[in-house]
Design a protein around this ligand. Sequence first.
Ligand code: GDP
Ligand code: IMO
Ligand code: MG
Length: 426
Amino acid sequence: MKVDVLLGLQWGDEGKGKIVDVMTPEYDIIARFQGGPNAGHTLIFEGIKHVLHTIPSGIFREGVMNLVGNGVVIDPVIFQAELDKLKPFNIDFKSRLVISKKAHLILPTHRLLDAASEAAKGKDKIGSTLKGIGPTYMDKTGRNGLRVGDILSPLFMDKYNALVEKHKAILDRYEDFTYDISEYEKPWMEAIQQLKELTAVDSEQYINDAIKAGKKVLAEGAQGTMLDIDFGTYPFVTSSNTVTAGTCTGLGVAPTKIGNVIGIFKAYCTRVGSGPFPTELDNEVGERIRQEGFEFGATTGRPRRCGWIDLPALKYAIMINGVTELCMMKSDVLDKFDTIRACTHYMINGKRYDYFPYDVNDVEVIPVYEDLKGWNSDLTKLTSYDDAPNELKSYVRYLEQKLEVPITVVSVGPDRTQTLNNKVLA
Ligand code: GDP
Ligand code: IMO
Ligand code: MG
């Protein structure tokens, strides 16, 4: 069997959690391969809303295993809080959740370093979620990090203290930054004890054995392609590879084992945090999209920046990821728009760009749009794509032509059931 991958093609929050939950019954294992509690994946079913940060979005379905892969960074406190929130739902974590021994731990001082670094950057700040993601991945690549497997070692406290001393030396260099580590440290140590109760595995062996045994695996991306450390709008990105290639390093599966790559995008575009966003609408249209789409961050509650769909950026993301099918999310958010705009290319210094160029940070990027007719009707009650208004079908066909990949799912509301299958066209 091959590993299918589901990931975001924009700047995150495309609706990955919802679609992973919808697709989980087709799989045996759902695996997160990168990112950490900077992610906020929302699932809504049976009238209840759940937001997951580290736990894979397959956790609610019986008979499915959820794996937190080696590429993920874990804050034990946030992780424990997630588990606590799920207590009323009687989920047996022993039989449904395993964690890679090689996943790196976010220390209390990583969070402090994130905050100090962002404060020092002033107006150039990344807009990080302040969960300690950047500093933790820096320690991973700097070969200083602590991993889940280390918590069972008798040397754990020595290793922990040595790393914290290094961090304190760095924190002391930020002159205006004061901190109290004890506030974070106590709950962190308690959460480490609780982490020991869960099943830590040699996840690369686990997943490859499962693939060999014919199990179906879905890798769940976090963030989005435009936030990828290599291919995103650097430096306004996260610190991991959010793209398909990240699945190989973040789970230990070979490139030859990758199957379908399902790319998710919103029918428009959003971004939270700083950095370039060519189609951003800093006006009343953007505000309308924000209100209709309830565009506020699932992790930080920050208002998301909104704009029209950006085809050069989407084509770029499809290319990098090798996307084989697409899911269009939040189509219902455009229910009341007479006209829907799609950016087909950019003009930069008088030159036309049909692709996503290197420098979008320090130049004026002028998006050029094509206008399409809106459907002006309520999509949220639709149960079949066949019954969708013609204007929506035209928008879908238009995007399929431009992007050269079939749109197999059209999402028309946040609930599990508000999902239209369009596989016939594929
Ligand atoms: P993720 O990080 O990619 O999992 O996405 P988030 O959960 O951060 O953000 C997506 C938001 O849109 C959540 O509030 C979802 O409940 C909501 N959502 C997902 N799909 C749809 C949809 O088709 N229509 C509407 N209106 N909301 C949706
Ligand atoms: P999901 O998985 C949207 C953004 C932050 C910031 C930048 C770096 O829910 O789609 P970090 O904390 O990683 O150092 O922040 O990346 N960011 C996200 N934006 N969705 C996410 O995750 C994000 N995770 C990080 O806002 O701009
Ligand atoms: Mg999110």
